[in-house]
Design a protein around this ligand. Structure first.
Ligand code: GLC
Length: 646
């Protein structure tokens, strides 16, 4: 692999002196300094931000979007990336710093140098002279000293024919940028003439691919992905002249080939923050998955140099700051619009959907592990800890339902005015849906889909519940009870194809009002009660954490039988997942990768254990202390353990 890219972190654009627009400034600065550069190029794309790779392998380049600078829409200028920090004393952090110290730039001229990082893969990887952890033919290996990878590769059993096919398909889905693997397309059906955006690399979709590669001992593609997506973090206007918060990660990106003036072509990374997505949905989960994957990369490869990099630390802080900034919300849960996660269409999940809360919680736990502790980060870490305690209390206390709790709600008094109301959210018992009264088993329970003033969304959302188990957002008892419920409701939630995205489907008037008559989300199809093989790996991980390998095996067997025959569909329809989805893509990458990852996790329990979290009693203690509001004696681990929270 040749040295290739030098990319300017978008954050540098906040360094532009206020009397210049970003583009004027770059024009001014880089035109005047171009004589100092050889082989560096920048492109100003007329409509959107993108990051470019150079046409020559020896140079470095980046792309900055702006206005049309010439009649072809692109303007190539020479740049001096490292010169940018000379302007850093005019920097103002554009983040909300009321609660945190300035986390990006401190002390004017004494700025901690946020040097544009060279994503020169060969340079940044530990050197090749060290012991090779493994040799993988045709794979995307990473040579790491102290790597755990060797263990993974050794532990791999002989692959079945289905696994071999899945690997072939997964490798075919790999996207390269500047000759390096950088991600996988969402779907790769050669017969699909209308791929829409399924030919892009989706952040959330790449996670199971990344895990499959990591478990296979191939870290490079994941490392590249993490670095490049971080470079794409939002910094400019995207939807109707309005900027998303700085730090937003795109939903997806595409590698495009852009013509240069001299009949040459250059590859650019073109992100989509929702401005092109159907329904203009905000990809809130992207940054959270990015953080989760960053931790997984470190844990599985043993290469912690990536997470320690200044630019990666900055990227992480940008995501956190966006999530932790003050808004109008009253709860510790994250307030988001509809369709801001895996369910990226209108499905009535605006507000505080469980999936986002579970990902938020684990991203906070990951960040706490990965943030470099110094004066600049200590307030952020404190804020993370506080939020973790409050969030887990909130979810455990108000999202949990089982037979007993539903009976309590059934007998709720309403219109209680006071801070010590039992029915804090003023839930009318009539809201309990009829299906739930019949459906809730004696043994088991789950976390509801959403909670708002006067509103509980009682639907069972699979990803949120599974990820609550994985991240220990729920108590150990909750975690066990969720799996008990899945066992009791196997036919509804697993049926003929794991796993139902949510249960039950919205039908009739509810479907009309809540989905807005969405023809793609008809009852028991797609997001509205469809079955998604992509959820298999999360199920496997949750089962492994809870010692229920038998469940995972049973579900994987079902998938293994049908997926290759059905050509690896994106989703299945009907109540029990009998049919391939009406508009389902075929050769959907996360269906393929989810299957492979599940298999490999099952074969490597020690690797699986790196990917989940146990109960954190320190957090619990803080939570109990805040709640008990009483003597020091009660503020202890044992008090915490004995609370209802456990
Ligand atoms: C659909 C799914 C979304 C996924 C995307 C690409 O929009 O709802 O979760 O990321 O397809 O596969």
């Amino acid at each position: 692999m040749k040295p290739c890219i030098r990319i300017l972190h978008p954050f540098y654009l906040s360094f532009v002196p206020t009397n210049f627009s970003k583009f004027e400034w770059f024009n001014h600065k880089f035109h005047t300094s171009s004589s100092r550069v050889l082989g560096f190029k920048s492109i100003f794309n007329h409509s959107r931000k993108a990051i470019s790779a150079p046409s020559s392998t020896s140079g470095q380049a980046r792309i900055l979007s702006g206005t049309n600078f010439n009649n072809r829409g692109y303007h190539v200028v020479a740049t001096v990336p490292s010169n940018i920090r000379n302007f850093s004393k005019s920097v103002e952090t554009r983040v909300n710093n009321q609660n945190f110290e300035k986390i990006y730039v401190q002390g004017g001229l004494n700025v901690k140098q946020l040097v544009p990082e060279n994503i020169d893969l060969d340079e940044t990887l530990p050197n090749n002279d060290g012991d090779r952890a493994q040799v993988i033919d045709g794979g995307y290996g990473v040579n790491e000293e102290n790597s755990n990878l060797a263990g993974v590769v050794k532990a791999n059993k002989k692959e079945s024919e289905v696994e071999k096919e899945a690997w072939r398909l997964l490798r075919n889905a790999v996207v390269t940028y500047c000759n390096s693997p950088i991600g996988t397309v969402a779907a790769n059906d050669p017969n699909d003439k209308m791929p829409l955006n399924y030919d892009q690399v989706f952040i959330r979709d790449f996670v199971p691919s990344a895990l499959a590669f990591l478990l296979k001992g191939e870290g490079e593609i994941v490392r590249n992905f993490l670095l490049h997506t971080m470079q794409l973090q939002s910094w400019e206007k995207t939807v109707d002249c309005y900027s998303p918060g700085q730090g937003l990660m795109p939903a997806s990106f595409k590698v495009r080939s852009v013509a240069l003036d001299d009949n040459k072509f250059e590859e650019v990374l073109d992100p989509d923050f929702g401005e092109s997505a159907i329904g203009r949905v905000a990809p809130v989960d992207s940054g959270l998955w990015w953080i989760i994957l960053l931790r997984a990369y470190g844990k599985i490869t043993g290469d912690y140099t990536l997470q320690d990099r200044v630019d990666i630390q900055t990227g992480m802080k940008l995501v956190l700051n966006l999530c932790l900034s003050d808004g109008f919300d009253m709860f510790p849960s994250l307030l988001v619009t509809d369709g801001s996660c895996m369910i990226d269409r209108r499905m009535g999940i605006h507000g505080h959907p469980l999936e986002i809360q579970a990902l938020f919680y684990s991203a906070l736990r990951c960040s706490r592990e990965m943030l470099t502790l110094d004066d600049g980060s200590k307030n952020l870490v404190r804020a993370i800890n506080n939020r973790l305690s409050a969030l887990s209390f909130h979810i455990r206390e108000y999202y949990w339902v089982d037979l007993k709790k539903i009976n309590e709600i059934y007998r709720y008094k309403t219109e209680e005015y006071s801070t010590d109301a039992t029915n804090k959210f003023n839930i009318y018992p009539e809201q309990i849906p009829h299906w739930l009264m019949d459906w809730i088993p004696e043994k088991g329970g789950y976390l509801i889909g959403n909670l708002q003033p006067g509103h509980m969304d009682f639907r069972f959302f699979t990803l949120g519940n599974l990820w609550s188990i994985v991240s220990s957002l729920g108590t150990p008892k909750h975690n066990e009870a969720i799996l008990n419920l899945i066992e009791a409701k196997w036919d509804d939630l697993i049926g003929q194809m794991p796993l139902k995205i949510c249960y039950p489907a919205l039908e009739s008037e509810e479907w009309r009002i809540i989905t807005g008559s969405d023809p793609k989300n008809t009852p028991w199809s797609y997001h509205n009660g469809g079955s998604w093989p992509a959820l298999l790996w999360q199920f496997t991980l949750a089962c492994m954490k809870m010692g229920r390998m038998d469940f995972a095996k049973k579900a994987i067997e079902l998938a293994e039988k049908r997926l290759p025959v059905d050509r690896w569909p994106e989703y299945y329809d009907t109540r029990n997942g009998k049919f391939i989805g009406k508009q389902s893509r075929l050769y959907q990458t996360w269906s393929i990768a989810g299957f492979l990852t599940s298999k490999m996790l099952l074969e490597n329990p020690e690797m699986a254990s790196l990917l989940f979290w146990e109960e954190d009693y320190d957090l619990l203690e803080t939570c109990v202390c805040v709640l008990s509001n009483s003597s020091r004696k009660k503020c202890s681990r044992s008090a915490a353990k004995s609370q209802i929270l456990v």
